[in-house]
Design a protein around this ligand. Structure first.
Ligand code: TYM
Length: 333
């Protein structure tokens, strides 16, 4: 049977990239009957400077966004990572399995730590090991994420394999398979087709937030950067046109189709025709999600109950896996 684990950082609002790259696939997996664990990774969030007073609210907000996007708390466990201490305990064990050389190859660490490496937290460096623990503590078989997490998932597989070899327990963990699927696995900034859409972009016009109202969504689409050419007649014609490629990809992901189908419909047309169609589709797909998010956020006590119930289930599943791992490495007790 499939068991799914994935998570998002509770830092700022979720955006279209999180939604199309990950959340849409989370819901698909849930709906095909997999056992799903979806956490708000607040332990990852403290690797960067943050405001402690805002973190619990950000966890609630992420939980509400999961549900607004279609995660059903009756079928999937939604919880805060920090509410399940097994993640941290397994992470320590795995830190002693991962090799420095592997960690040094992680490109996200290089991006996030920036030029001032001396001052980056050690947590930013070991971040992918905690991520491996998130996955392995549930013996997850599949991990739905966007393209930017691919390298971290390869590391998680390497860590699992190395643990099983070192401690002679072949088969203890299934090697977790990444699920990086659909037209939205790498959504780019609306202002620069070569930059990933991200929460940290200083320009709010660069992203569509899952909290934007219909007018804002439509306005951002219409203001998105483009080039002067009409859309090409073939998908190959999108090469070297990052902004056009991104908008076509967003349309395809929102429609649940692919770039070929979008080009078949809009090839040869200018952005004057394509952008209004995209804005309309974006509003039709996202406005209900935003409305539901706002409705859920109106009852924080209910979200907290859901997070507590999710954490309870998660702790039950994680406990025996952690206990086995501790025994395998020879811990006392
Ligand atoms: P985070 O919080 O940066 O992003 C959450 C999810 O959204 C995807 N994503 C995107 N997909 C397409 N286009 C984009 N522009 C875009 N931006 C973000 C990410 O790939 C991710 O799937 N380290 C992870 C969180 C994490 C995790 C885990 C994920 C912690 N533990 C265990 C899976 C399994 C992160 O920072 O994601």
């Amino acid at each position: 049977p499939e068991r799914i684990l994935s998570g998002m950082q509770p830092t700022g609002n979720l955006h279209l990239g999180n939604y199309l790259g990950a959340l849409v696939n989370w819901v698909k997996l849930q709906d095909r009957g997999a056992e799903c664990f979806y956490c708000a990774v607040d332990m990852h969030a403290i690797t960067m400077p943050h405001d402690p007073a805002e973190l619990p609210g950000a966890v609630r907000s992420v939980a509400a966004a999961y549900m607004a996007g279609g995660v059903d708390p009756e079928r999937s466990s939604i919880f805060a990572q920090s509410a399940v201490p097994a993640h941290a305990e397994l992470a320590w064990i795995l830190q002693c399995v991962a090799r420095l050389g592997w960690m040094e190859r992680m490109t996200q660490f290089k991006d996030k730590s920036g030029s001032d490496r001396e001052r980056a937290s050690v947590g930013i460096f070991t971040y992918p090991v905690l991520m491996a623990a998130d996955i392995l503590v549930y013996k997850a078989t599949h991990v739905p994420v966007g393209q930017d997490q691919k390298q971290h998932l390869e590391l998680a597989r390497d860590i699992a394999a190395r643990f099983m070899r070192d401690y002679d327990c072949e088969g203890f963990w299934p090697l977790p398979e990444p699920i990086i699927e659909g037209a939205g696995t790498r959504i780019m900034s609306l202002k620069d087709g070569n930059k990933k859409m991200s929460k940290s972009d200083p320009s709010d016009l660069a992203r569509i937030n899952l909290t934007d109202d219909a007018d804002t969504i439509a306005r951002k689409v219409k203001k998105a950067k483009t080039d002067p050419e009409p859309l090409p007649e073939t998908v190959e014609g999108l090469e070297g046109r990052p902004e056009a490629g991104n908008l076509v990809g967003i349309y395809a992901a929102l429609a649940g189709s692919n770039k070929e189908a979008v080009i078949a419909e809009f090839g040869g047309q200018g952005f004057g025709a394509f952008k209004p169609a995209l804005a309309e589709l974006a509003v039709a797909k996202l406005a209900p999600v935003v409305d539901e998010y706002n409705r859920l956020m109106g009852d924080p006590a209910e979200i907290d109950r859901i997070l507590e119930a999710g954490a309870e289930r998660a702790r039950e599943v994680a406990a025996p896996v952690l206990a086995d791992a501790k025994r395998m490495v020879g811990f006392w007790g």
